[in-house]
Design a protein around this ligand. Structure first.
Ligand SMILES: Nc1nc2c(c(=O)[nH]1)N[C@H]1C(S)=C(S)[C@@H](COP(=O)(O)OP(=O)(O)OC[C@H]3O[C@@H](n4cnc5c(N)ncnc54)[C@H](O)[C@@H]3O)O[C@H]1N2
Ligand code: MOO
Length: 408
């Protein structure tokens, strides 16, 4: 019999038993930092922007020179100069004058706002008519509006996206401190397994978990060492596990996690270090094993692909996040369930769903099927959970769907 733990207990166990990897930082060029875990807080060293800028094409002025003006009675201001793009405004704007400025151009000293070209008239005699009163600060970005020296631009732990690469470029951070990629070993075990490129003979099936786990880990940002398929031979499996542990920061072994005579994963993991857990109160995914060799996690995943998928999503990635100090935020949306879904297993029950908007409302269509079927994962957008004390959800009820980001 398995001594199962609740999902909450498993996440606590992960926090207690594993610590972030030491000396796991490296510096990479700006563009190589996409998708990597930021290793340090990034503080601005300079003002961004470093000068007052216009946000429109127009004329830099002093707001008070336009008070009370209108279409009928424009404020008439001599044109004192023009600022060119990419050049500083070397002069100071005198009262009751104006100066042409392009969008993004520097606003000269003395000016406190910019009036849009649409609210001006060019009298072609060296003067401009301003037809709308302006307020101080209008249409301007001031020096340091974006960031000032010392301001935190990005926090460590964040997985860097394209928008973050832009922010790093803005502050001149072109050598980015990131966490080294975790090296994760993946092993599939089972006499029935053949590589996906083979045609299975009677009693054989293609290895689904190996490629699926490799894809999940690659998207997560790990470096994967795939040890392929190992037959149900305890000695051979133990030898491949030893090899993987010596080369990797964590090892995932799928199949053989249950309590059958040939299910050797638990014995092997136990023999290599400490067994922390065998059994989680979730469906699918109950016969999961967690152990450690030093600070290196050894995970025995259930062979059923949907179970292997959920255990990886719910626990393995959290564990890898713990090792690499990674921000593990997930994203949920509220959706209306399209049909009744029952549950009475005394375990938290996870269901994949397809999301679809109908008449402006988001619906979750549950995908039914046993955890041994892989097509129940294909084409799904996320999943929701029915708590272990709940008997199900009724058609039309709102559920919180965790969106699977691999597809974004
Ligand atoms: N007596 C019991 N039997 C089972 C229990 C139990 O508690 N008591 N739990 C069931 C549950 S739940 C699951 S999940 C599975 C877990 O099985 P194992 O981890 O021991 O895995 P196998 O027996 O090796 O395989 C199960 C199933 O999955 C297929 N498989 C395995 N690896 C792959 C792969 N890489 N790609 C695709 N499919 C794979 C395998 O062919 C089997 O069909 O145990 C239940 N039994
Ligand atoms: O862990 Mo399972 O519930 O048959 O996939």
């Amino acid at each position: 019999m398995l001594q199962v733990k609740t999902p909450e207990e498993v996440l606590e166990l992960i926090e207690q038993e594993f610590v972030p990897l030491k000396e796991s930082m490296e510096t990479v060029p700006l563009l190589s930092a996409i998708g990597r875990v930021l290793g340090e807080d990034i503080l601005a060293k300079e003002y961004v922007p470093d000068f007052n800028r216009s946000t429109v094409d127009g004329f830099a002025i002093r707001a008070r020179d336009t008070f009370g003006c209108s279409d009928a009675i424009p404020a008439i201001l001599p044109l004192a100069g023009e600022v060119l793009m990419g050049e500083g405004a070397e002069f100071e704007l005198q009262p009751e004058t104006c100066c042409a400025v392009p969008t993004g151009g520097a606003v000269p000293k003395g000016a406190d706002c910019v009036v849009m070209v649409e609210y001006t008239e060019d009298y072609s005699d060296g003067t401009m008519g301003i037809t709308k009163p302006a307020a101080p600060g209008e249409n301007m970005i001031f020096r340091g509006d974006d960031v000032e020296p010392g301001k935190v631009v990005l926090r460590k732990g964040r997985v860097l996206g394209a928008q973050d690469i832009g922010a790093l470029a803005a502050v001149g951070c072109v050598r980015v401190p990131v966490r080294k990629k975790l090296v994760v070993g993946v092993i599939s075990t089972g006499d029935e397994l053949v590589p996906p490129e083979n045609s299975p003979k009677a009693g054989q099936i293609r290895d689904v978990n190996g490629p699926m786990l490799e894809a999940m880990l690659t998207f997560f940002g790990a470096e994967v060492k795939n040890y392929g398929i190992v037959k149900d031979d305890e000695k051979r499996l133990a030898a491949v596990m030893e090899e993987a542990v010596s080369k990797c920061d964590a090892v995932l072994l799928s199949g053989g996690s249950s309590v059958g005579i040939k299910d050797a994963s638990c014995r092997i993991i136990q023999s290599m270090g400490t067994l922390l857990l065998h059994g989680i109160a979730i469906k699918p995914g109950k016969p999961t094993i967690l152990g450690k060799a030093g600070n290196k996690p050894l995970v025995g995943l259930p062979g059923h692909p949907v179970a292997a998928y959920f255990v990886t999503k719910l626990f393995v990635l959290s564990l890898l996040g713990r090792l690499s100090c990674r921000d593990m935020s997930s994203y949920t949306v509220t959706a209306r369930i399209s049909e009744n879904v029952s549950a009475n297993h005394g375990r938290a029950q996870y269901h994949c769903v397809r999301l679809e908007k109908r008449d402006g409302e988001l619906f979750a269509f549950p995908i039914r099927g046993k955890s041994g079927l892989i097509t129940t994962l294909a084409g799904t957008d996320g999943y929701f959970c029915i708590d272990r004390d709940c008997e199900g959800v009724a058609k039309g009820a709102e559920v919180q769907v965790t969106v699977v980001l691999e597809r974004v």
